[in-house]
Write a protein that binds this ligand. Structure first.
Ligand code: SAH
Length: 284
């Protein structure tokens, strides 16, 4: 295994560069285990790394062609990184968060296509369960089931997802109307339920209708969440996924996705994570 490369930026004491190559590069024995926070694309992280830089300084460790940013946000120790797009990228990144950084739990923040009939652009979906909609080893195994693991729906951690949903509800109560006015979306609603993942950007009426038919309770579609949930399930690490709806996975999806990602996604992520991390940091 190659040694992780470490660089540090930011002036805070106690965060000077550290040439450690230990297996748990993100923590010391005395410090609490950090939370792993990841997204696929930089816009989905909002200003999280800047907030870390201002609060604690950032120690950046490069591993497996990804940068892992270690520090504290709103009093909560975190390792923040970008998975890039797709299930393999997400699984590899989560595996590194677990094994190299000894994270206590994982939170994914990003955007998704709305699939449920009540789910609109600007809404927020917090996963209760996650499934890989493109996994099909039938007739050897039931469609959607992970062969030899015997699971098709992976559960998010109930407590973690509950705290994430509470942060979303607080954001909507405190800033939802202002957000809707600013971005020209409807006032956001928070949904909880099934998120489905696959290695396709779903962008046609036919494709999203096929998903609705096969999985009538699916609320949103994206490309990473269920892979993260599978790895977390296999290693017994709690995980939660929050997705803001950037598009409705139909023919308008490419344009809707790009404008939402560039103009809105970061603001939502900042507002939700600030509330979530504040509560976590205060809990110590
Ligand atoms: N080339 C694009 C890739 C984005 S793929 C870019 O870099 O801008 C879309 C990303 O947003 C994925 O990470 C996926 O999880 C999420 N997503 C949003 N809408 C989606 C949809 N309709 N179908 C699948 N994934 C979607």
């Amino acid at each position: 295994m190659s040694a992780p490369m470490t660089t540090a930026t930011g002036a805070a004491p106690g965060t000077t560069p550290n040439a450690t190559t230990s297996a748990t590069a993100g923590t010391t024995a005395a410090s609490p285990r950090p939370l792993g926070i990841l997204a696929a694309l930089p816009q989905e992280l909002g200003d999280l790394i800047e907030a870390m830089r201002a609060e604690s300084g950032v120690r950046t460790i490069t591993h497996g062609q990804r940068d892992y940013h270690v520090g504290t946000v709103r009093g909560a120790p975190c390792v923040v990184t970008l998975a890039r797009v797709g299930k393999v990228a997400a699984a590899a990144t989560v595996s590194a968060l677990i094994h190299e950084f000894d994270v206590e739990a994982i939170v994914f923040t990003g955007v998704a296509g709305g699939v449920g009939s009540a789910v609109r652009v600007g809404d927020i979906v917090v996963a209760e369960t996650l499934l890989q909609h493109d996994l099909d080893a039938s007739p050897l195994f039931p469609r959607f089931e992970v062969p030899l693991l015997g699971v098709s729906r992976f559960a998010a951690d109930t407590a973690l997802a509950g705290r994430l949903a509470a942060a979303c509800e607080r954001f909507v109560a405190e800033e939802g109307a202002a957000c809707a006015a600013r971005f020209g979306t409807r006032e956001p609603r928070v949904h909880r339920g099934l998120i489905v993942s696959g290695d396709q950007f779903v962008a046609s009426a036919a494709a999203v209708n096929a998903l609705r038919e096969a999985l009538p309770d699916a609320l949103a579609v994206e490309m990473e969440g269920a892979a993260i949930a599978q790895v977390c399930y296999e290693y017994g690490v709690p995980c939660a996924v929050v997705r803001t709806i950037s598009d409705t996975a139909d023919d308008h999806a490419p344009a809707s996705f790009v404008s939402f990602l560039t103009e809105i996604a970061g603001a939502y992520s900042n507002a939700i994570l600030a509330r979530f991390l504040e509560a976590r940091g205060a809990a110590g």
